[in-house]
Design a binder for this molecule. Structure first.
Ligand SMILES: [Zn+2]
Length: 271
C-alpha cells in the first residue's frame, strides 16, 4: 500500500513537472542560464581559493600534485574494505566520493568543486560522530546527544553555501572534528581500541598541510600531498578498528564464541 502511494505521488509529480516545462520554455531557459550563479551571486571567475601549489603558479590552476594525490583518499576504502556497521559504511562511501570531489576542486579550483569536497567532509564527520555516539551511549540517550550533531551539521552546511564564509571552513571543521576526537577517546576506552598510532598518522598529515599553507614554498607545497595520504590512512584504519570492535562486542555480550571473520571484509559472514 505504501509503495503504491509513493509511486502514485511520484508519477503525479513527474507529469506536473514535465507539463510545466513544456508550457514554460522561457522560464526553463532562465533556470538553466541564470539560476546556478544567482544562488551564490558569484561566478567561478570571481571565486578564488588557492592552496599553496597554485599560489606558486600566480594563482592559476590546475594544482596537479594536489589533484592527483586526492585520488589516494578514494583508494583507501576501496583497498582496505568497507565497514559492516551502516553508519561507518556511510563514512567510507563519503570518503570514496571525497577523493574524486577533491580532485575536481584542486584541478578546477571552482565553487562547485569546493562544495562537493567540503560537503562530503562535513557529512563524513556527521555519520562518524553519530556512529560513535551510538556505540558509546545507551539507546535512550543516543537521540538526545545526536540531535546536537545533527543541528551542527545542518547549520554548518547552510553557512557553507555562502561564499563570504569560505575562509571559515577550516576553523569550523576543526571544531566539528574536535567533537569527534572526544568521542574517539571515549569509545576507544569503552571498547579497548588503541588509537594513538592511527591518530598520530592523521596528525602528521594535518601538520604538513598547515605548514604548507602558512610557509608556502616549492618544498612545503608537498605538505598538502602528504595530508591527502596520511589523513585518510590514519582515520580509516581507526574506523575499521571500531567496526571490528562493535561486531566482537556484540558477540561477547551475548556470550557467543569469539566472532571469526572469514572471506574478505566486504563479503564476509561471521562464525
Ligand atoms: Zn586537498
Amino acid at each position: 500500500m505504501n509503495s503504491f502511494f509513493y509511486l502514485l505521488a511520484f508519477v503525479i509529480f513527474g507529469i506536473v513537472t514535465i507539463n510545466w516545462a513544456i508550457f514554460n520554455p522561457e522560464e526553463v531557459q532562465y533556470y538553466i542560464d541564470i539560476m546556478p550563479n544567482s544562488l551564490t551571486n558569484i561566478t567561478d571567475e570571481q571565486f578564488s581559493h588557492n592552496f599553496c601549489e597554485s599560489r606558486l603558479q600566480y594563482n592559476k590552476g590546475p594544482e596537479q600534485w594536489n589533484a592527483w594525490s586526492s585520488l589516494i583518499i578514494t583508494t583507501v576504502p576501496l583497498v582496505l574494505g568497507f565497514p559492516r556497521y551502516n553508519l561507518l559504511y556511510n563514512v567510507a562511501c563519503l570518503l570514496a566520493v571525497n577523493g574524486i570531489a577533491s580532485f575536481h576542486y584542486h584541478y578546477h579550483l571552482s565553487w562547485v568543486g569546493k562544495q562537493a569536497d567540503e560537503i562530503a567532509m562535513i557529512l563524513a564527520n556527521y555519520f562518524g560522530q553519530w556512529a560513535l555516539i551510538n556505540m558509546y551511549y545507551r539507546s535512550h540517550e543516543q537521540n538526545l546527544i545526536n540531535r546536537y550533531n545533527t543541528a551542527f551539521m545542518y547549520i554548518f552546511l547552510v553557512l557553507n553555501t555562502l561564499t563570504k564564509y569560505d575562509f571559515l571552513f577550516p576553523s569550523i571543521f576543526g571544531i566539528y572534528v574536535s567533537g569527534t576526537l572526544i568521542m574517539i577517546h571515549r569509545v576507544s576506552k569503552k571498547y579497548k581500541v588503541p588509537y594513538g598510532t592511527n591518530l598520530a598518522i592523521s596528525g602528521v598529515g594535518a601538520v604538513c598541510w598547515i605548514i604548507s599553507e602558512h610557509y608556502c614554498n616549492e618544498y612545503t607545497k608537498f605538505g598538502h600531498v602528504v595530508w591527502h595520504a596520511f589523513f585518510p590512512l590514519g582515520f580509516y584504519k581507526l574506523i575499521l578498528d571500531f567496526d571490528d570492535a562493535k561486531t566482537y562486542f556484540r558477540f561477547h555480550r551475548n556470550n557467543l564464541n569469539t566472532a571469526t571473520r572469514i572471506r574478505s571484509r566486504t563479503n564476509d559472514f561471521i562464525l
